[in-house]
Design a protein around this ligand. Structure first.
Ligand code: ATP
Length: 242
């Protein structure tokens, strides 16, 4: 399997202050990998740094086998798409306009190809993004990343503010796309069990470090310990997992 993202000893944070230390992580083609952990564990910081939106303070990140450039737009050209928390949509533009804007000349997928995964959006092409429901907006954010035809996609808290039922519909779409296109996915998600149902592997972070990692099946079996990690009980998790 082609390794699409490889972080080694990654230390990152804000200004000179590290909030994530010495993190090792990989995502390969066709893999859905989830990054779990309590609020403030460092998941978003990790995603932003891999995407080139925050500078590295130490360690290395390879994207597509080459050192990741230190600028988000250059990393994007390497085939990495980030769907940030808060969705990053143009709310005054229509669904179709949002998608056309995100598509670039080198994309091998059309807007229609992507919409085939989101039948709900097909009927809403002419509607302004700002008038969509929260779930529809999240679908549009995901669809917008996909029309850029990335090799790997980073999804930050897709479920934020959404009903669990919407999350349960969106996550299988992510799985299908990874399977059909061989795309790699790195997923930050608060709905642990829903994420582990579609994921291949996962990493659990606490206080800026990876405290456990394993297959999704193994992590599902340790769901109680995972819940403990969300409460910040690093020792319990470190002793019980890995
Ligand atoms: P959440 O689910 O709340 O987003 P997270 O695991 O994604 O949690 P991060 O957002 O990566 O956590 O935050 C990690 C740490 O970095 C936290 O202690 C947070 O307070 C700090 N932090 C986040 N953003 C900034 C910032 N812009 N400047 C300084 N510190 C920040």
């Amino acid at each position: 399997m082609t390794v699409l993202i490889e972080a080694k000893g990654l230390t990152c944070g804000y200004g000179k202050l590290p909030v994530v230390r010495d993190l090792d992580l990989t995502v390969s083609a066709g893999e859905v990998v989830c990054l779990l952990g309590a609020n403030g564990a460092g998941k978003t910081t990790t995603l932003l740094t891999i995407a080139g939106a925050l500078p590295r303070l130490g360690g290395s990140v390879l994207v597509g086998g080459k050192p990741a450039p230190a600028a988000a737009h250059v990393v994007a050209r390497r085939g990495l798409a980030l769907v940030p928390e808060g969705r990053g949509l143009f709310y005054r533009l229509t669904v179709a306009e949002n998608l056309r804007l995100r598509r670039h000349r080198r994309s091998r997928v059309s807007v229609d190809d992507v919409l085939a995964h989101f039948p709900v959006l097909t009927g809403l092409r002419g509607r302004r993004a700002g008038l969509l429901s929260g779930g529809e907006q999240q679908m549009l954010a995901l669809a917008g990343a996909l029309v850029a035809d990335p090799d790997v996609i980073l999804l930050d808290e897709m479920s934020l503010g959404l009903a669990p039922i919407i999350v349960e519909r969106l996550l299988p779409i992510v799985r299908t796309i990874a399977d059909e296109r061989g795309m790699g996915v790195l997923l930050v998600e608060q709905h642990i069990l829903a994420a582990l149902t579609v994921a291949d592997r996962g990493y659990v972070m606490a206080h800026g470090s990876v405290v456990a990692e394993g297959t999704a099946a193994d992590l599902r079996r340790d769901a109680e310990l995972l819940e403990a990690s969300y409460l910040g009980d690093k020792t319990a998790v470190a002793e019980g997992l890995v």
